[in-house]
Design a protein around this ligand. Structure first.
Ligand SMILES: [Zn+2]
Length: 287
């Protein structure tokens, strides 16, 4: 009984009740709590609807779903957020999570008569296998061997790279030339920069016009690879044309991507465009 008496003690509670903070505070807190509890299932429902809409769009585009189970569709969409998954989408607005993510396992891309990896660069196993297979066919077509210019880059490496570009060109110049650490596809172990020495135009846009560049753009999907930064997609991807930058997404996604004539991963997964870094916008509006 004692606690009840304490609660209704008028001498203590009256001054508190007169203070507006104590009068309006608790209802506001409860209201906010209610909103957050209600909005959580709502947000989930919204995501669910996006997935359903995506399924409908897929059906309209003539893609027959492999199975009717919705879970089959939930998985790939959510997988776009997971570093370490071949479906992960990394861009200027979608940093890796965790930002200093490093793949659990990486291996050296095997050099052969079709492929020159004299720099000893490494990739995730599935991506390395894909690029090796592509190099064999590219060389068989008389357009090889393939040279590996860059592959996996760690958070620390990318961070140093961005810092040195900033010293050299200033922040704006660095933002054009290099990705911020945690925002580069190279950190996933699924992206690779390639060239063909005999064709010239190494790591230049003119590589896209060489016989090897054309062959790669037309055939990469057969190995589960895509040219990630195509011409005229900067407003979506945030990067200018990079015919040398290939991204491993798996054969299933790559073949659908090619089949549907899609040009960016953002469009494929129906994700927002990411021309600028979120922080970049904040910086410029603060200036
Ligand atoms: Zn690259």
């Amino acid at each position: 009984m004692t606690p009840i008496i304490r609660v209704v003690d008028v001498r203590k509670s009256t001054p508190l009740r007169r203070n507006p903070i104590f009068v309006f505070g608790p209802p506001v807190v409860l209201f906010a709590l209610g909103i957050s509890l209600v909005s959580q299932p709502d947000a989930f429902g919204q995501k669910h609807e996006i997935i359903l809409a995506q399924i409908e769009a897929n059906k309209e585009a003539g893609h027959i779903p492999p199975t009717p189970e919705i879970d089959e569709y939930l998985y790939p969409l959510f997988a776009t957020e997971h570093a370490g998954n071949e479906y992960v989408v990394v861009n200027k607005q979608r940093p890796l999570n965790p930002i200093d993510y490093a793949p659990a396992s990486l291996r050296e891309i095997n050099s052969s008569k079709s492929l020159d990896n004299s720099r000893g660069l490494v990739l995730a196993d599935n991506a390395a296998t894909a690029i090796e297979a592509m190099a064999v066919d590219l060389t068989a077509a008389g357009l090889g061997p393939l040279f590996i210019n860059s592959a996996y880059r760690s958070y620390g490496y990318q961070s140093d790279l961005f810092e040195s570009k900033t010293e050299q060109y200033g922040l704006e110049g660095a933002l054009i030339r290099s990705a911020k650490a945690g925002h580069s596809e190279h950190q996933t172990g699924l992206a690779v920069d390639v060239s063909v020495t005999s064709q010239g135009c190494a790591i230049m846009q003119c590589f896209g016009g060489t016989a090897a560049g054309i062959w790669i753009a037309e055939n990469a999907h057969k190995y589960g690879l895509i040219v990630r930064y195509e011409e005229d997609t900067t407003s979506t991807t945030g990067y200018t044309y990079e015919p040398w930058h290939l991204r491993y997404v798996g054969k299933e996604v790559a073949s659908l991507y090619a089949e549907r004539g899609i040009h960016t991963l953002e469009d494929f997964w129906k994700l927002p465009a990411a021309e600028f870094y979120l922080e970049e916008i904040t910086e410029s509006t603060n200036d």
